[in-house]
Design a protein. Structure first.
Length: 945
């Protein structure tokens, strides 16, 4: 049983017989009697206008037909044959070079060519023909004339064994191979071996070169001549098809056509007509090891490319040479439905945004957003490739059937002249080019705003000439590309584009805009062979761009054959299949096999490429949920690394506010967070490398707690006694009775006498009549008390109250007694205070740097505002006041208009005030805190989210 898979390409659509039709054919071929070979001498034929000659020698029989010099001259062979297919050979003489002739077999005519034979006779295979049972007629007519016919030979076709051509140093000569409709020529000279094969005129003309070789991968070259200019050719290596171009050559040269897997034993290379009018000298095979493509630099042409764009390109560069990214134009849902996998790359088109299409009724609104949504859905890992089938800006022909306005990107549907438009930068048509670019730039800006990089593929397939941007040759195309690049990059600041130049055919570098304007090279291939390796196209591009640019199969009509990708090393960076029947007529099992291949990356296998190539960073201290007192200095540390570059700096952030940046790691990345205000913070370290890539760490939560513990005053003794009553003032200094003052937080507290009380009046009667008994020094560091008592009392007791005030406003107190005894034998007895003298000081000193001995100064209250950004209905304002006072709070918008204004009485110490935001809209505000003439300002963001 033989399964036959029928592939038909018709009207640019592929139809798979595997999907629609599978034929199971049992072939029982019985032996049949071979019809005899027929040889017909010219001298026995019917001659019309020609004669029999016998010079030069070397003819068969008694002579050959000569003098084909008039248009009516001909020779007719009438003969009987057994019905069947026959190979027709003509033995001829053509001393004056290549000559045309006419051939008629039973009324079916064709024009053919004889190659020059020099001074001898040659043979040409005229093709296969079906003869009738009985009478048949073959006529050779004049054509160009000036040739001779010796005889014709008809050999039953049947199953003819292949001619095995010997390989000499890997070379097999074409003139020794099996031919059909072609001829062997010896003119011009310069060929290898004894001649070369020519006369590729009819569609069936070919040469099949069979040879024996060990199994393996080989580079294939074809030796050729192409005296009539550039010519296309088609070939088949065993069952794998290929095509290429012969560059003009009046002599002989060789062209590489790719790498091919050969079988053990006999292999066949068949070269068919293609464009014709060329000659084949030989083929040559050389064992090959496919090179791994060199990775290009990761530097994009746009130095300002966004971080995500750089990250995507970095990922694609690292992947290059080992895996390939799957892509599909438009029909991404079809692929998902049939394979259970989604393409990594979605290919789409901005065609409908072309202004001349909109003018004719296109309604593209929402198209860009749909593409963005595809890229961002799920985890947002989809990669976008965008083309632009640019409808000509004007001059649309708009005629049925094939030149209507929606075909305006085709050369034959517009008279727009790109060369003329570019030649006059002041012309309306040039301005329309810029207008169209600006429209598309506005759409691409949407992708940039959504942080979606784009494989941007404009002006594609220009060298083919079928699009208007390639209709006037390479120079206008290159100029248009560079104008677009500069317009998009430098004018519109589109920094999310990876510029992909798309070749076609032979990848002619005359059309290439230049490395400074291209990030990636692509080629669009629509092969007739669904199993082609495309190795020739790959190798052609690799020779031009290896180590310089990534190479992609940017459009294809067939799926890559992954076993051949691995064997030939054709590691396309990515492939994308065109939509419609190009994908839907692919056999589903083949489609599924490609999408489940281990070397094909699908969307679900993509990493978080937006973070690719960025440095790694983590906060190493403090620990999560660590707590600090407000007076402490948290030391923030981080570790950071970069596999590909160098970490240049690490910035530390608290709740989105930059605390500082470390650019000299030394013993590690570190920042001392001085004067950290009370609150709970998410600490993030952000590392930036030498390429500008940055990465934030996971957050670590820390809490800065307020200081609520008062200082502790320790006395040397609880009291002292004035032994002698002399009515004089005695100085009592703090240092004389305070042993120490300790605080759990911050700088040394302010220590001073708060008050001094006496349990006897200033004039207590008797000896206690001297006035001014208590004098506190201005700095509060000592007090003078009078050494006297009331005559009738029980002794006098002064109570000195000492206060220690820390930075947070916490006050610690201690009391110390100074006793004036009743008499030497009677100690003083403390009674209730009769009067108290308070220290008269300026405002409390709050600065951390002040000491107890510093002079009092007016200090700005410490202020904290949270949450910031404010998302609820209240904003909390926390401030420290040295004493009871009044403050005014005003929230002003960007126009300095008051949104909230309120006055508040605050107490000495830390105060919290809630400012209502119910009627405050989202935006940026300035909060002003006013205390007398002093104003403090804080920036506040109200988000309302």
């Amino acid at each position: 049983m033989q399964q036959i898979y029928l592939w038909i390409k018709k009207s640019s659509y592929y139809f798979s017989g595997m999907a629609a039709l599978t034929l199971s054919v049992f072939l029982n071929v019985s032996a049949f009697a071979q019809a005899p070979e027929i040889k017909l001498e010219a001298e026995n034929a019917t001659l019309n206008g020609v004669s029999i000659a016998n010079s030069p020698e070397g003819f068969s029989g008694t002579g050959f037909a000569w003098n084909f010099d008039n248009s009516a001259d001909n020779i007719t062979f009438d003969f009987n044959a057994t019905a069947g297919e026959y190979d027709l050979s003509i033995i001829y003489y053509s001393p004056y070079g290549e000559k045309g002739y006419g051939l008629d077999v039973n009324g079916v005519s064709a024009d053919k060519m004889f190659s020059g034979t020099g001074s001898g006779f040659g043979s040409v295979s005229a093709g296969k023909f079906t003869l009738k049972n009985g009478s048949n007629t073959i006529k050779i007519t004049n054509g160009w004339g000036y040739y001779g016919i010796d005889y014709i030979k008809l050999v039953p076709a049947g199953e003819k064994p292949k001619t095995i051509v010997p390989l000499v140093d890997g070379k097999a000569e074409a003139e020794l191979a099996d031919r059909n409709g072609t001829d062997v020529s010896a003119d011009p000279k310069g060929y290898s071996g004894t001649g070369y094969v020519t006369s590729f005129d009819a569609a069936t003309d070919q040469v099949s070169i069979s040879f024996k070789a060990p199994a393996g991968l080989y580079d294939l070259q074809i030796g050729y001549t192409s005296p009539y200019g550039e010519k296309g050719f088609d070939f088949v290596v065993n069952t794998e098809s290929g095509s290429g171009m012969f560059t003009p050559e009046t002599g002989f040269k060789a062209v590489g056509v790719g790498k091919f897997l050969l079988n053990e034993g006999v292999n066949t290379v068949t070269i068919t007509r293609g464009w014709g009018y060329f000659g084949i000298d030989y083929i040559k095979i050389t064992p090959s090891v496919p090179p791994v493509p060199l990775k290009p630099s990761k530097q994009l042409t746009n130095a300002n490319a966004t971080q995500s764009t750089r990250a995507l390109f970095s990922y694609m560069t690292d992947l290059y040479g080992s895996k390939t990214l799957s892509g599909q134009y438009d029909d991404v849902d079809y692929v998902l439905e049939k394979t259970g996998k989604e393409s990594a790359i979605g290919g789409f088109d901005l065609i409908e945004y072309s202004p001349s299409r909109v003018e004719n009724g296109s309604r593209p609104a929402g198209t860009s957003e749909r593409y963005i949504n595809w890229a961002k859905k799920g985890e947002g890992k989809g990669i976008l490739s965008l083309a632009w089938h640019w409808n000509a800006p004007t001059d649309l022909i708009n005629q049925a059937p094939d030149k209507l306005w929606w075909s305006g990107f085709y050369t034959n549907a517009t008279t727009f002249d790109i060369a003329a438009a570019l030649a006059d930068k002041n012309s309306e048509r040039y301005k329309l080019l810029i207008r169209d670019m600006d429209v598309i730039a506005a759409e691409l800006k949407k992708f940039q705003d959504a942080d979606v990089p784009v494989l941007w593929r404009p002006l594609h397939e220009a060298a083919g000439g079928w699009f208007w941007w390639g209709a006037k040759g390479p120079e206008p195309l290159k100029e248009l590309w560079r104008i677009m690049y500069n317009r998009f990059t430098n004018h519109h600041h589109l920094n999310n584009l990876i510029w992909v130049y798309t070749f076609t055919g032979s990848a002619d570098m005359n059309w290439y805009p230049g490395d400074a304007y291209v990030d990636m090279a692509g080629i669009d291939i629509y092969s007739n062979d669904p199993y082609a390796s495309l190795s020739g196209d790959w190798e052609n591009l690799l020779n031009k761009f290896n180590g310089k640019k990534l190479i992609s199969l940017s459009e294809s009509g067939t799926l890559p054959v992954m076993n051949k990708v691995r064997a030939y090393g054709t590691w396309w960076s990515w492939f994308a299949i065109w939509n419609g029947d190009y994908i839907k007529k692919q056999p589903v099992d083949v489609l599924r096999a490609v999408y489940h291949d281990e070397d094909v990356i699908t969307r679900d296998e993509l990493p978080n490429w937006r973070m690719y190539g960025r440095p790694t960073v983590s906060v190493t201290a403090p620990a999560n949920n660590a707590q600090f007192l407000v007076c402490e200095t948290p030391v923030l540390t981080a570790q950071a690394a970069d596999k590909e570059g160098k970490v240049e700096q690490v910035a530390f952030w608290a709740n989105g506010n930059l605390l500082g940046t470390d650019t000299t790691p030394g013993d590690g990345w570190k920042l001392d967070w001085k004067n950290a205000p009370v609150g709970t913070y998410q600490i993030i370290a952000e590392a930036t490398d030498n390429e500008g890539n940055s990465t934030p760490s996971a957050p670590v939560t820390i809490t800065i707690k307020p200081d609520v513990v008062a200082p502790v005053i320790t006395l040397k003794a609880p009291k002292t006694i004035i032994p002698a009553e002399d009515h004089l003032l005695k100085t009592i200094s703090l240092s004389s009775f305070i042993a120490s003052v300790t605080d759990n937080c911050g700088p040394a507290p302010i220590v001073r006498i708060q008050s001094v009380s006496s349990d006897e009046a200033v004039t207590g009667g008797g000896s206690g009549n001297t006035k001014t008994d208590i004098i506190i020094s201005p700095d509060g560091q000592s007090v003078q008390v009078r050494a006297e008592r009331a005559g009738t009392g029980d002794g006098r007791v002064y109570v000195i109250t000492v206060e220690a005030i820390d930075q947070a406003g916490n006050i610690g107190l201690a009391t110390y007694q100074v006793q004036v005894p009743k008499s030497a034998s009677k100690a003083a007895i403390a009674g209730a205070p009769v009067y108290t003298v308070k220290g008269n000081y300026a405002k409390t000193i709050a600065s951390r740097k002040e000491t107890a001995a510093s002079l009092p100064v007016t200090v700005t209250p410490a202020v904290k505002v949270y949450p910031n950004p404010a998302k609820g209905n209240y904003l909390t304002v926390e401030l420290f006041a040295p004493e009871k006072q009044e403050v005014n709070l005003t929230l002003r918008n960007a126009n300095s208009q008051s949104a909230v204004n309120s006055r508040h009485q605050v107490q000495a110490g830390v105060n919290q005030i809630q400012l209502p935001l119910t009627h405050v809209s989202a935006g940026l505000y300035i909060l002003q805190i006013q205390n007398g003439q002093e104003v403090i300002s804080r920036k506040v963001v109200v988000s309302k989210q």
